[in-house]
Design a protein around this ligand. Structure first.
Ligand SMILES: Cc1cc2nc3c(=O)[nH]c(=O)nc-3n(C[C@H](O)[C@H](O)[C@H](O)COP(=O)(O)O)c2cc1C
Length: 357
């Protein structure tokens, strides 16, 4: 998708999105991202506003059931879910309709998830090839339908959504058939990432293909996803393609204020500037402290290395900072590196990264 960005506001801002009874306003969704969109990140994101729906990382239904034999324990990725603000989507993955239905039921009833989302897009080998789940299922629209039907019945009245890619490969685009299966099975919304599984994160998201999926849906909203990196790109996505909502992933990781900027732009309001460099440094330190609250200092110091690189991405001086922060191994070292080496200027941030997923 080569966006030619126009600075004109939309004549009418897009309406709030409805996922079952859940109102997503503005229609800007936070992408679920493994190892990133944990409780700490969601807390940081909420500070800035503009997000219509937050989401957990994907949770394996099988490991949920393995752990869930004891009712007081649950997967680490559900940390914080019980207490945090709504609306919040919890994403699950597997290929077994019964396991997904059981976990969906518990998420809806015990965890009070606003939305249960099923992952049919993950292309990583562990999930796709080895576990025949995620994007592997894009070859089998009937199986997708069966899964969605079972999960919908188990979660009722909590809405169930699906997140897909365009298909297994460029020569096998199945998103239209999969969309029909999801809708017929009672799914409440569909998100399409405009790449195939084979592409992983290469090339550009194909928004014309995302738009084609709309022709296969009669009732439920379509959410477009892929390569949205600025408020202007979000406005342009709504202007050019028949999507009801958009989802933002990699670009939000170091710029959690992007949603607030996009929300303003959609309303034709002035786009607020991002925080000052000092405020960004403080935000990164706060993000780290929130991680420590969940994971403890040792693991948080490993997790923050990649996150800190996202905060600095695209800025002059980012390379030096990356080199330093990638080696920190104690909280003191991390704080010293942020204080001494965090880039002094923000840049254009042309590449949101994440290509290693
Ligand atoms: C590090 C990483 C982790 C991801 N984890 C998930 C996940 O848990 N569930 C999911 O549906 N998609 C996951 N995705 C895909 C994103 O949700 C999103 O579809 C993709 O990054 C494209 O959007 P973007 O161009 O705005 O980043 C992940 C992507 C990355 C880079």
């Amino acid at each position: 998708m080569a966006f030619r960005l126009s600075s004109d506001p939309l004549s009418v801002p897009p309406a709030a999105l409805r996922i079952g009874a859940v109102v997503v306003d503005p229609p800007l969704l936070q992408a679920p991202m493994a190892k990133f969109t944990n409780y700490a990140f969601r807390q940081v994101l909420r500070r800035f506003g503009g997000v219509g729906l937050t989401a957990t990382e994907m949770v394996s239904a099988r490991s949920f059931l393995a752990i869930g034999a004891r009712r007081d324990t649950f997967p680490e990725r559900l940390w914080g879910v019980l207490d945090e603000p709504r609306p919040l989507a919890v994403q699950i993955w597997d290929n077994d309709p019964a396991a997904l239905a059981e976990v969906g039921h518990r998420l809806a009833k015990e965890f009070r998830a606003s939305v249960v989302d099923i992952n049919f897009g993950c292309p990583v080998r562990r999930v796709s090839c080895n576990a025949e789940s995620g994007s592997y299922l894009l070859r089998y629209p009937d199986r997708v339908g069966e899964i969605v039907r079972r999960v919908v019945a188990a979660c009722d009245p909590t809405p169930v959504t699906a997140k897909i890619r365009l298909g297994p490969s460029e020569s096998r685009i199945t998103a239209g058939e999969v969309a029909e299966a999801v809708e017929a099975a009672g799914g409440a919304a569909l998100t399409v990432h405009g790449r195939t599984a084979r592409q992983m994160f290469r090339g550009q998201a194909d928004w014309d293909q995302i738009a084609r999926v709309k022709e296969h849906l009669r009732r439920i909203p379509l959410v477009g996803n892929g390569d949205l990196r600025s408020a202007a790109a979000v406005v342009e996505a709504f202007r050019r393609w028949p999507v009801d909502g958009v989802m933002i992933g990699r670009a939000m990781l170091g710029r959690p204020w992007l949603f607030a900027q996009a929300a303003a732009a959609l309303r034709g309001l002035p786009v607020p500037a991002g925080p000052t460099i000092e405020a960004q440094k403080q935000l990164l330190l706060d993000h780290y402290d929130a991680l420590v609250g969940q994971f403890g200092a040792g693991r948080s110091t490993v997790l923050i290395r990649k996150i800190a690189c996202c905060y600095a991405q695209g800025s002059p001086g980012a390379r030096t900072f990356r080199g330093q922060v990638a080696r920190v191994s104690t909280p003191e070292e991390f704080r010293r590196v942020v204080s001494a080496c965090f880039p002094r200027q923000t840049g254009e941030r042309p590449d949101p990264g994440g290509a290693d997923f």
